[in-house]
Structures are given as structure tokens and as C-alpha cells.
Ligand binder design. Structure first.
Ligand code: SF4
Ligand code: SF4
Length: 655
């Protein structure tokens, strides 16, 4: 058991892994072990199989072994090309998600299943996109706005509309580097073209094309995904919930919502509240229906409805091992195909719903957006009917869960900040209080902690170690995706966690009434972080790259994470990686990523698999940026609040 002790931060996860061993059930950790050492060529990114003359694998060591593929491609080309294709795949995933949400908005109607929940946000977007709203029905406005968004995927001319939201100096950098994304699908197609055999071989050009495509994700697909989901399903506000597998209920029908798109999960939430559906659950002997979320769909429904969080990426198999899951309902992305064999060992139904993600052996019930609620009800009914098949002898619910406060959209954060605005002096509804405490040094900076789980890292360990270190050093943390769920499980998104923060952050948490780690949503909601950073930079009259702000993906694994990392860098924010990307086979590409990129974008990558070293590097970088910001703003920036600053009304309230 000593080996399984290594795989997770969570004792209860370990117990479930032991249960799997006892019951002869294979988990991802068994498969990881069976995989033995990974292929060194793949690990370093120096294998290429994009044409049938190959596969080719070249030596990562200069001057030793094969230096070029059959076509003559060097390690630099192959590494950069592979990286670019990862970006394209990640961008396509987020963007296809967004396209579906835009389609849903196009079909929204006053008496339909999908309605407009945040009219104010829709009207403000309509104004931003110059859509006439005067005297028009809100649904006509919604349909026109949706059509414009859908055109963002394939418009023939111009650049993406949301780029306008960035600070001016950032837009200038994009223009000068020629990396302003045009249409979202076009960038994905172009990258696939440029990385075809015999096209771009220049590594720097490939990295630039990669950044342009990634920007089409962050400032295109993901931003559309977030904004449109808020308009349709409501902009999140702070709310309470609980997280970890202890949220499962022995006497209720447990349904895991796993995947990404809120158009399905929102309807499941509605269906589970339907009196007839609840009655059906009672008829089969259950005390109710317990929805629990996993991965980003879990984040979407917890942000808007407080649906409990069952866990993150690595808990999808573990949840089934509890023996109390009646159904795992999935749509797209991050779904283990192993859910088929593992659910076969229990009574659990594994239900796929999207034609984009059919999984061998799963029960496929296609979700019909035209009849969304009916469709969702029939899926929930399947789960309820399955309650009677539960095998009592296999039930084990870990008794671990933590309270979490989440729902921190940008709007919600600004509303909290209004608590410390002296309304006689400053307007409400701005990021000024945040800018003030950063300038004053009460907060040393901010960090976005995002991304997945990866078996190369003890489950959640790096997420939590880094978060704790940063908040203890007065760096406020914003988080999304599976990192956010790790934080929620560890209790770091509760207001109580302020006691783990440094003095400055503690004071801010108390006065603004927030936890030190702010859960901002799903992976597409990293666009919320872009917005918050951009607004703060604009407020200070600087660029994103001038702020003491960093991004970190301690346990990343997916191509989506690669796209995210690249749009974050292109947006001027340093990215720290806790898992080595498959680029180490090219010294030139590594040098570009960890060094030269800074000359181009003002930000660069830092890579270290030790979370303690990584967090120390983050703190150093934050201080380095602070020193430059101080020089730039011509202000004295000291630790804590200086007497002079105490006299400034806005800051005084925080002192
Ligand atoms: S593109 Fe070149 S390096 Fe890649 S598989 Fe074909 S011949 Fe080999
Ligand atoms: S953080 Fe990673 S694992 Fe989790 S949902 Fe997002 S892409 Fe998937």
C-alpha cells in the first residue's frame, strides 16, 4: 500500500484506491504503472508522425544520433510543430463548446427552455457590439448578438471583437507581432495547414502562429463561452456549497454531472427539481436526488446553483468506486473512456449525451437542445430507475467534505470590492480597491492557479502547496477548473482559510468579505481572469505584463491547458508549469519559451516540477514585477500600508 499512499493528497482517495484493489477494479493508477517509463522521444516532443514517410524520431541531443526527420525537419521544427498542434486542439475544444452555447442563445425564447437570465449583461454586450437595442424585444437582440458571435468563428475579414477589451498597449503588441486572431476556426485551420508536412519549419513562426491561435481561444472561444453562459444561465454570485466525495448521499439518488457544457447540466439541474421527477425518486425508495459535479461542468453548476462538488478530474473513477452513483452523465471533454469498464463493475449507468463524444460501451442518450428539458428529464429518469440496482455490500462513501464559498465572477468580485469604497470620493463598481491594495503592497500580487490533475504529480498536492504558499505571502489567488475544485476540497475557498493568509491578505479578506482563494469557475472562465487583469491594468494605466500577476498550472495535462498557457503568455502574464511540456527536445524552443518570449510579449514560461521551487519562483517574479511597477508609477511601494497611504481615504478603510 505504500505505493498507493503516494498518489493522492486525500486520505479518502487512498481508501477508495484500496477498495478498488480489493474488488479487483482497475483504476488510472494501475494503468499508469502498467505504462512503465514513457517514451523519451514523445516526452521530449521529438517524434513526428504527420506524414507517411515517418514516423520519424530525432535525437534531442545536438550532434548525436538522427538530427533530422526524413523530410529534413529538425528537432526545433518537430517540437514547435507538435506544440502548435496541441494549441490547435485545445483551442478547438473551447471554441466548439462556445459555438454550442452561442447556438443555444440563438434558439433562446421567452417561453422556451433556454431563456435570458442576465439581460443587463446581454444589453451591455449588444452595446459593445453596436447592436441596436432601442425598442426591440430582448430575444431579438439576443438572436442578433448570437449571430454575430457565430460569425466570429468564420468571418472572412477583420479580427476578433473581444480583442477590443484588452488594454491599449497589449493590443499594440498583438498588432506589431501580427498575432491578432482573425476568425476562430480560421486560426485552427491555419495552424493545421502550417504544421502540415512541408509547410512552416521555422520554430519562432510556429510559436507565433500558436499564440495567435491560442488568443482565438482566450479572447474568442472561451470568452464567448463565459459571457454567453452568464447571459443564458445567470452571472455567478457568491454562494455556499460543499466539496469532495463526502457530498454523496447514501439514501438519495446520486447523479454525477461530468464534462463541460452548461447547456446540458443546467437542464439536468432543472429536471432534478421537477416535482414529478422528485416523486419518482421517492417511489423507488430514495429520499431525494443528489446532484454532484465533476470537472468543469461541475464548476458551471456550482457557480450558478451551488450544486455540490464531488471532485475533480482524478476523482471520476473514484466516485464510481463508492458504489452509490446511479448515473454518471457526461457531455464532452476530459471524460475517461475507462468509465465504461469501471461502471460495469458497479450498478452505475454511464450515460453519454453528445454526438461529439460517444464512448464505446456507454449508454448513449442524445441530448436534444430543441426539447432540452424533456430530454434532460428522460436522462434523470434513467438514473432514478437505477437506484434499486445499488449493491449495498459495495457502498463506501468517504466522510470527507469541506465547506466552500464560490461564485466569484468579475462582477461579483467588483461588488465585494464596493464594500471598501468611500462613495464620497470614488465611484462604485470599479477595480480601484484592488489596484490600490496591490499598489500599496497590502497584496503583493495576484496569481491565477488553474488546470488539471496529472499522475506525474501526487493528486492535488502541487495545487494546494502552491496556493498555501502564495496566500501566506499575501498573494491573492484566483482559481478555475480542477485546481479550483482542489482548493474547494482543501477548504481554501472558505472564508475561514483567511487565517492561513499573510497579514495583508487577511485584512483584505476580512474587509472585502471574501476567501483568500477565489473560485472563478470553469476552464473557459479563465477568460474572467483575463478580464479582471485587463481591467486592473487599464485602471492603473499600464499593460497586463506590468502587473505583479502570474499564472500557474501545477498539474496540467490537457491540450486545452496548452492553449490556455499560450494565450495567457500572449496576454502578457507569466506562466509557471508544474509538469514539463513535451518541448525539452529542442534547446531553441525551450529558450524561446522561457526567455525570448519575454521580449515579444512581456511574459515567459517558468518550468519546475517541484511545487515549492515553483512557488518560490512565482514570489520572486512578483517582487521583480513590483519593483518595475514602482519605478514606472513613480511611487513608493512598500510592504504593508505606509503612513502616507493611510491618509488616502480609499486605502484607509483597508488598513
Ligand atoms: S513530416 Fe518529416 S519529420 Fe514528420 S513524419 Fe514526415 S518525414 Fe518525418
Ligand atoms: S482543468 Fe483540465 S482536467 Fe479539469 S476540466 Fe479543465 S481541462 Fe479537464
Amino acid at each position: 500500500m505504500s505505493e498507493t499512499k503516494m498518489v493522492s493528497l486525500d486520505e479518502m482517495d487512498e481508501q477508495l484506491i484500496q477498495k478498488a484493489e480489493a474488488e479487483g477494479v482497475e483504476t488510472m493508477w494501475d494503468r499508469k504503472k502498467a505504462m512503465k517509463a514513457p517514451c523519451g522521444f514523445g516526452e521530449k516532443g521529438v517524434c513526428c508522425r504527420i506524414c507517411a514517410m515517418g514516423p520519424c524520431r530525432v535525437s534531442p541531443v545536438e550532434g548525436k544520433g538522427a538530427q533530422r526527420g526524413i523530410c529534413g525537419a529538425t528537432a526545433d521544427t518537430i517540437v514547435a510543430r507538435n506544440l502548435a498542434r496541441m494549441i490547435a486542439a485545445g483551442t478547438s475544444a473551447h471554441s466548439d463548446h462556445a459555438r454550442d452555447i452561442a447556438h443555444v442563445m440563438h434558439m433562446a425564447s421567452r417561453d422556451g427552455n433556454y431563456t435570458i437570465k442576465d439581460e443587463r449583461k446581454l444589453l451591455s454586450l449588444a452595446e459593445e457590439w453596436e447592436v441596436n437595442t432601442e425598442g426591440r424585444d430582448i430575444y431579438d437582440v439576443a438572436h442578433e448578438v448570437a449571430e454575430i458571435a457565430l460569425n466570429e468563428f468564420g468571418k472572412p475579414f477583420g479580427t476578433l471583437k473581444f480583442l477590443e477589451r484588452a488594454p491599449e498597449p497589449r493590443k499594440k503588441i498583438w498588432r506589431e507581432l501580427d498575432i491578432e486572431p482573425r476568425a476562430i476556426d480560421r486560426e485552427i485551420a491555419t495552424i493545421m495547414h502550417s504544421t502540415h508536412m512541408g509547410c512552416t519549419s521555422d520554430a519562432e513562426s510556429l510559436l507565433k502562429i500558436g499564440m495567435r491561435t491560442a488568443l482565438a481561444d482566450g479572447w474568442g472561444g472561451s470568452m464567448i463561452g463565459t459571457v454567453f453562459s452568464d447571459i443564458l444561465f445567470g452571472t455567478p454570485v457568491p454562494r455556499e456549497t460543499e466539496a469532495n466525495l463526502g457530498v454523496l448521499e447514501e439514501k438519495q439518488v446520486n447523479i454525477i454531472l461530468h464534462g463541460h457544457e452548461p447547456s446540458l447540466s443546467e437542464m439536468i439541474v432543472m429536471a432534478a427539481q421537477d416535482p414529478q421527477i422528485i416523486k419518482l425518486a421517492e417511489e423507488v425508495g430514495a429520499e431525494g436526488i443528489n446532484l454532484a459535479g465533476m470537472c468543469c461542468t461541475g464548476n458551471e453548476v456550482t457557480m450558478r446553483h451551488g450544486v455540490k462538488i464531488a471532485g475533480n478530474f482524478f476523482q471520476q473513477e473514484l466516485a464510481v468506486l463508492t458504489g452509490v452513483i446511479e448515473a454518471v452523465i457526461v457531455d464532452v471533454q476530459c471524460i475517461f473512456p475507462s468509465l465504461t469498464p469501471i461502471t460495469d463493475c458497479y450498478h452505475t449507468k454511464f450515460i453519454t449525451t453528445s454526438p461529439k463524444a460517444k464512448i464505446t460501451g456507454a449508454t448513449h442518450i442524445e441530448f436534444n437542445e430543441e426539447k432540452a428539458l424533456e430530454s434532460a428529464k428522460s436522462i434523470v429518469r434513467e438514473a432514478i430507475e437505477n437506484f434499486k440496482n445499488r449493491k449495498k455490500e459495495k457502498v463506501f462513501i468517504p466522510q470527507t467534505k469541506n465547506q466552500a464559498t464560490l461564485g466569484y465572477s468579475v462582477e461579483a468580485i467588483i461588488k465585494q470590492l464596493d464594500r471598501v469604497v468611500n462613495s464620497n470620493i470614488d465611484p462604485q463598481g470599479t477595480v480601484k480597491p484592488l489596484a490600490d491594495v496591490i499598489k500599496a503592497g497590502v497584496l503583493r500580487g495576484a496569481a491565477g492557479i488553474v488546470g488539471c490533475n496529472n499522475p506525474k504529480v501526487k493528486h492535488d498536492y502541487s495545487h494546494i502547496e502552491i496556493m498555501k504558499k502564495l496566500i501566506a505571502n499575501d498573494v491573492i489567488v484566483v482559481t478555475t477548473g480542477c485546481a479550483a475544485q482542489a482548493a474547494a476540497k482543501a477548504g481554501l475557498t472558505s472564508k475561514d482559510a483567511a487565517k492561513l493568509a499573510g497579514k495583508g491578505l487577511q485584512a483584505v479578506c476580512e474587509l472585502v468579505d471574501i476567501p483568500p482563494v477565489l473560485h472563478m469557475g470553469s476552464c473557459v472562465d479563465i477568460s474572467r481572469i483575463l478580464t479582471l487583469v485587463g481591467e486592473t491594468a487599464k485602471h492603473m494605466g499600464v499593460d497586463n505584463c506590468d502587473l505583479p500577476v502570474v499564472g500557474v498550472a501545477p498539474e496540467w495535462m490537457s491540450e486545452k491547458a496548452v492553449a490556455i498557457a499560450n494565450y495567457v503568455i500572449a496576454s502578457g502574464i507569466d506562466v509557471f508549469l508544474g509538469v514539463e511540456p513535451p518541448v525539452m527536445g529542442s534547446a531553441a524552443v525551450v529558450d524561446m519559451l522561457t526567455n525570448k518570449l519575454e521580449e515579444m510579449t512581456g511574459a515567459k514560461f517558468f518550468i519546475d516540477t517541484d511545487p515549492h521551487k515553483l512557488s518560490a519562483m512565482m514570489l520572486d517574479r512578483i517582487e521583480e514585477k513590483r519593483a518595475k511597477l514602482e519605478a514606472r508609477l513613480g511611487k513608493e511601494i512598500e510592504y504593508g500600508i505606509t503612513r502616507a497611504e493611510e491618509e488616502e481615504e480609499g486605502v484607509k478603510e483597508l488598513a
